[in-house]
Design a protein. Sequence first.
Length: 380
Amino acid sequence: MADVDVTGSLRELIEREFPIVKERAYLNGAQQGLVPLRTVEAIKAAAEGEMRPDLPSPPYEQTARERLARLIGAQPEEIVFTSNTTHGMNIAVQGIDWRDGDNLVVPYREFPSLSVAMLHLRDRGVDVRRAEFSGAGPTVDDLMRHVDDRTRAVACSSVTWDSGYRMDLDTLGARCAEKGCLLIVDGIQLVGAGKLDVKAARISALSMHGYKWLLAVFGVAALYVAPEALEQIGPTFVGAESIAEGSDIATGEIRWKPNAGRFQAGSVNKIGLSALASSLGLIEEIGIDTIAARNRMLGERLYAGLRSKEKVETISSDDEARRSQIVVFTLGHPERDAEMVEKLDEQGIIICQRTLGLRASPNFYNSEDEIDRLLDALPE
């Protein structure tokens, strides 16, 4: 469906799967994505299935893992399901065998949950280096100038939450590989909204959550771990699901699974995975190429319109290559921004306020008309 006409079959699919688009301009995917109707039905079916535990369940976990692997260019066995993005980031960084004198590099203005997970490593004697930068987000050079021969990992967001800045992951991954350090990425604001190939970007670990651009629900997330990173990232929290065939708990002979499965301690969220599998099916049906292209077009339309308004300051990067579907701007004062959120809500336009200003984050289910409605509602 990569070449589907948005005014035709794709528009019909959007209106069927996301009824809210007929009533409101929901431009807030970076806070929480819309759950499609088919996924609501899938959740209902999975919940009803729990009334009959004597009957076999559909392969929600396998389906979700295979579809997510295809989306990010990974293999299914390289993915383990978690409870949220922060959970996955903690698995990755706490699993490193840190030694005295080791350091980790992270941008100084990161999402709080990512920052906390990294700063906590100081309790283990890790030198957590916070890379400062100017503008909307850090360049590769901003991060790499803090890397030395004792750097074990660089950690960052794929797309920043407060400016929509998209990291140059391909270049950063190559530079980290040259230095022999891991690249650990928070992918929550990219996966499902834009294209990503974890192999091409040489990402060591990528954590993501289902409730934003993957159109699923809270509490179902995933962690990708590259096979070559398993030598440096070991299991921390373990259980019966972590061990390989041939282990003998009775005799104490334990062997970890040879892939990301070693990080799965116990049972998974079956109902949550039914939602993720269903929504990933919709993303595959439309095609990530189509989704990424539409999101880029919508984001650029909004960015261009904002730049033409004298009373609006754009926060997002002026470098087109570093912009994403998340566009941040301000009217110059937090109180004016807060008032604008309320005013827009009264007009049926949903965006949000964040630390640097107002954040609009359209997804493929939005239209050009909705972008124009937002622009028309803002002061000239």
